[in-house]
Design a protein around this ligand. Sequence first.
Ligand code: PEP
Length: 253
Amino acid sequence: MSAERRRPLIAGNWKMNLLKGDAAELCRVLKRGLAAPPATSARVVVFPSFPLIPVVARELVDSDVAVGGQDLHPGDKGAHTGDVSGSQLTDAGCTWALCGHSERRRDHHEGDDLVAAKVAAAARHHLSPMICLGETRDERQAGQTFAVLERQLRSALTVRLDAFALAYEPVWAIGTGDTATPEMAQEAHAFLRRLLGELLGEGAATGVPILYGGSATPDNAPGLIVQPDLDGFLVGGASLDPQKFLGIIRCSG
Ligand code: PEP
């Protein structure tokens, strides 16, 4: 399947930003922008922090924009102070969950096994996992990029998933303004697509959206989105500015 036949998917990771009023306004501007021509074929999902999810889900209820959780606990319920379960996310209106974002790997020491358990929990609760993978600057410089991606992907896929996405996010590109070149991104995406083919079969692998994340902007997105194995973006900073986020969505098709 060619990239033209995979519907673009654009995700906004709001991280630990915004209060209720700002989040509601951002949703309203986003909805107005998406309703205005030119029409986009892209699927859009936003990942607000947990307390904002009810407000965002309410604002987006009559739109095509989906909502996701930035994390979830691997268990179903119980004594896990400060954590959020997959069923709580689903109940709040989420259909997606980010798993293995590098900021969680860094800030909360999440390893591959925990990420895999979170992916499985998402699937149990009817959430599509968006599995984040990527090498650090040191790993890239040491020539370990593909080994890291292979380890992260193999370990994340322990259960059958009906719907999921990968987000290739080189850690050195996140929030740094230092974007991967289109060639670097395509090389990593093609590698992940080949590995998916090995793990799931080629038919399934061609349907999996592989997003790029790392300082994506309306200026660099057009050069990235034309790469054959790049199906959209996981956008951090620029997703907080609706005009920039809409710019990325529009250039994606
Ligand atoms: C991210 O947090 O997933 C991300 C890609 O952030 P930024 O776009 O700000 O680099």
